[in-house]
Ligand binder design. Structure first.
Ligand SMILES: Cc1ncc(COP(=O)(O)O)c(C=O)c1O
Length: 396
C-alpha cells in the first residue's frame, strides 16, 4: 500500500518517543526516573470525575452541537470573565478534542499555503509540524536563556517579509516555562497591528504560574481580540489530559469556520468529557492552591539541584511545569572513547546508564538543551537529578 506524500514530513512526537523508551525499560524491571511527562502527576479531582459519571447516567451519550454544548460554551465564557478579564459570548468559543486539536483547527483556518508564520524558539514541538501541515512555513525567531527565552517585538519584526501572515506565542511556555510581561506583549501587539498579522496565543498554562509572575492573555490587550485566536484547555490545570477537551476562543467568523471544519472531522468532544470540563471550569478550585504550592516547591528544588551540576545552567521557570536547562557546557565531554556531541547523546547516556528520562532540546528547536518535567514527586526529583549529577560527573 502506498501512503500519501503528505504524511512523509510529519515526524513522530519526540516526547512520546522518549516516554516510550523509558516505559520499555520500566517494563523490564528497571527503576527509571521519568522527567518526560507533559501532564500533572495528580488525579483529576473527584467532583470533576463525578460530574462525568452523573452525565453518563443522565444520558449525555449522544452527539452534542459541534462546537460544544451551550452549557460548555457558557462555562468558558464565565471562566474567562472570572480569571482572565475577558468579556466574550458563546459564539466566540469552540470546544474541540484536546488543546492540540484546538490549535490544529486554528492553523488550518488562518494559514494559507506559502504563508510565513513567525515562531519563537524554543517552541512546543507541535507548532512547526502543524504549520507545515497547513502548507505554510514556520519562520523561527530565536529566544535564548540570556533574555529569559522571550523574543522581542524587534526580533519578530526583523523576521517579517511580505509573506508573513501570523505568529504564535505561548506564555507560559512549554518547554521553557518562560512567561511574557505585559509590556512585551504590548510591543508585539503593536507589531501585529502595524503588519496586520493574526496571532495564535497558546494560553494552555495560564493558570499554572509561580512567584510574582501572572500571565496576561494576549487577546485582552486593546484591539487584539479581533486578530487573536486563543488556545486554552482543561488538560493541564485540572489534570484532565486523557479527557480530550480543548478550548478555542476567537472572533465569531473564525469560530464559525472552525466549527464547519470540525463538523467534517471529529464533530464534538465527547459529551461526558464536556460534563467534566464544565465542572472543572465552574466549580470551586480549592485543590488548585495545593497543587501550585507543590509545583512551586518542586520547581525550586529541581532548578537548584540542576544549577549545582558542573556544566549545567538553568533559568527559573515562571509557569507550566518544565525546567529547560542548558547542557551545552557538557558537549565535548567524554565517557571513555565516546564523545558527547549532541543533546541526544547526553539524553541517551542518561537513560541507558543512569536510568533518568529527559526530552532533548533539539525537537523544541534548542540543540544542547533538555526538558525536564517537574510534574512528579519531590522524592523522584531528588533521586533523578541526583543521578544526573553522578552521571555527568563521570564525564571527563
Ligand atoms: C503549549 C501547549 N499547548 C497545547 C497543548 C495541548 O494540550 P492537550 O491537547 O493535551 O489539551 C500542550 C500539551 O502538551 C501544550 O504543552
Amino acid at each position: 500500500m502506498k501512503l500519501s506524500l503528505r504524511t512523509e514530513s510529519v515526524p513522530a512526537s519526540a516526547t512520546i518517543a522518549v516516554t516510550t523508551k523509558a516505559a520499555q525499560l520500566k517494563a523490564q524491571g528497571v527503576d527509571v526516573v521519568g522527567f518526560g511527562a507533559g501532564q500533572p502527576d495528580f488525579d483529576t479531582p473527584e467532583h470533576i470525575r463525578n460530574a462525568a459519571k452523573q452525565a453518563l447516567d443522565d444520558g449525555w451519550t449522544r452527539y452534542t452541537p459541534t462546537p460544544g454544548l451551550p452549557q460548555m460554551r457558557q462555562a468558558v465564557v464565565d471562566h474567562c470573565a472570572r480569571y482572565f478579564d475577558l468579556d466574550i459570548e458563546q459564539s466566540h468559543v469552540i470546544t474541540s478534542c484536546g488543546g492540540k486539536h484546538s490549535l490544529y483547527n486554528g492553523i488550518m483556518c488562518l494559514a494559507n499555503p506559502g504563508d510565513e508564520v513567525l515562531l519563537p524558539s524554543p517552541y512546543w514541538v507541535t507548532y512547526p509540524v502543524q504549520i507545515e501541515m497547513a502548507g505554510a512555513k514556520p519562520v523561527l525567531v530565536a529566544g535564548a536563556p540570556e533574555n529569559g527565552f522571550r523574543v522581542t517585538a524587534e526580533q519578530l519584526e526583523a523576521a517579517c517579509t511580505d509573506k508573513t501572515k501570523g505568529l504564535i506565542i505561548n506564555s507560559p511556555s512549554n518547554p521553557t516555562g518562560a512567561g511574557y510581561r505585559r509590556e512585551e506583549l504590548e510591543a508585539i501587539a503593536d507589531l501585529a497591528e502595524r503588519r496586520d498579522l493574526w496571532v495564535i496565543s497558546d494560553e494552555m498554562y495560564a493558570r499554572l504560574t509561580y512567584g510574582d509572575y501572572k500571565s496576561t492573555w494576549f487577546a485582552t490587550l486593546p484591539g487584539m481580540f479581533e486578530r487573536t485566536y486563543t488556545v486554552y484547555g482543561v488538560s493541564k490545570t485540572y489534570a484532565m489530559t486523557g479527557w480530550r477537551v480543548g478550548i478555542g476562543i476567537g472572533p465569531k467568523a473564525l469560530v464559525a469556520t472552525m466549527s464547519r471544519l470540525q463538523g467534517q472531522m471529529t464533530t464534538n468532544p465527547a459529551a461526558m468529557a464536556q460534563a467534566g470540563a464544565i465542572a472543572a471550569l465552574t466549580q470551586p478550585e480549592d485543590f488548585l492552591a495545593g497543587w501550585l504550592t507543590a509545583f512551586d516547591a518542586r520547581r525550586q528544588r529541581m532548578v537548584e539541584m540542576l544549577n549545582a551540576i558542573d556544566g549545567v545552567a538553568c533559568n527559573m521557570p515562571e509557569g507550566a511545569f518544565y525546567a529547560f536547562p542548558d547542557l551545552r557546557g557538557l558537549l565535548g565531554r567524554r565517557l571513555g572513547g565516546t564523545v558527547m556531541q549532541t543533546d541526544w547523546d547526553l539524553i541517551n547516556y542518561l537513560l541507558e546508564e543512569a536510568h533518568v528520562a529527559l526530552v532533548p532540546g533539539t525537537p523544541f528547536g534548542a540543540p544542547g538543551f533538555a526538558r525536564l518535567s517537574y510534574a512528579t514527586s519531590m522524592e523522584q526529583i531528588e533521586k533523578g537529578v541526583g543521578r544526573m549529577a553522578d552521571a555527568f560527573g563521570r564525564l571527563t
